[in-house]
Design a protein around this ligand. Sequence first.
Ligand code: UDP
Ligand code: MG
Length: 316
Amino acid sequence: MDISVIVPLFNEAESLPELAAWIDRVMKENGFSYEVLMVDDGSTDDSWYRVSELAAENPAIHGISFRRNYGKSAALYEGFAAAQGDVVITMDADLQDSPDEIPELYRMIVKDGYDVVSGWKQHRKDNKLTKNLPSKLYNWTARKVTGIKLHDMNCGLKAYKNEVVKSIEVYGEMHRYIPYLAKNAGYARIGEKPVHHQKRKYGTSKFGLERFTNGFLDLMSLWFLSKFGKKPMHFFGTTGILMFLLGGIMTIWIIAAKLIHQAQGVRFRAVTDQPLFYLALLAVVLGAMFFLAGFLGEMVSRSSSSRNDYNIKDRI
Ligand code: UDP
Ligand code: MG
């Protein structure tokens, strides 16, 4: 099979028939063999009923229905697990992404040899203040942290080699960073394609401004995991040692000053009367805490079942 299209959806009943017809038309025009996996993320409207209708009309359409709303990442995770096509395409259900992009995305994966191609909503049709501006800042940070030069990391429209989606695990709200997950799994050929973007035709957006704070925190977590996930002590230990050194130097300074003054017979303020004493104390206590966090981190990562999961490319 050439293509699997994965559509995560949450309360998008009105859009589904149009979307399914559009995908089907594009696939037929280009002679692709395909499947559409509609993952209903616990919708409370008629979405699942629509999916079942569409699946009955078209054998290429399949559906997965969650018992409750787990989030877009969960929907993508189940879609990735089921996808059989050589190229896997993810697409939002709200008709903001255009199925007309599919042939070119497919070509970039198969002919140009990209592992991942991410859409870029160059002319974004969303609210300027709440989405477009924060999104620019967010993407700038993401580029700096991940080292992946994408303008639009969180675009719902993306294409992957099948192998890539089977090698990564999307969880929590990590759907925003799938290219970074792919890069960490060793798939570094990541491309970008400007894509058309439409205004939302039906329904409402499912994400508010909290996407940016949560997105930033997730980015920090992923950065930490990719750098120190398997050796947390290297991070906490280094910070701990620096703290200890700082505290140690300050302590020696305090004691030396006290001793010199005493030897000279000068009256000098008590050790506990000077600010440096508290700073030294703080540094040493923080140092000990960092070490403790490091040891705990090592114990956690040692008992992780994925501590020796490596993505092997080839054997001869
Ligand atoms: N979505 C989902 N589960 C959720 C929230 C959203 O499957 O909990 C789907 C939603 O139905 C849509 C896609 O994720 O197909 C993108 O959501 P939305 O269009 O609301 O995001 P926006 O375009 O506003 O960034
Ligand atoms: Mg949308």
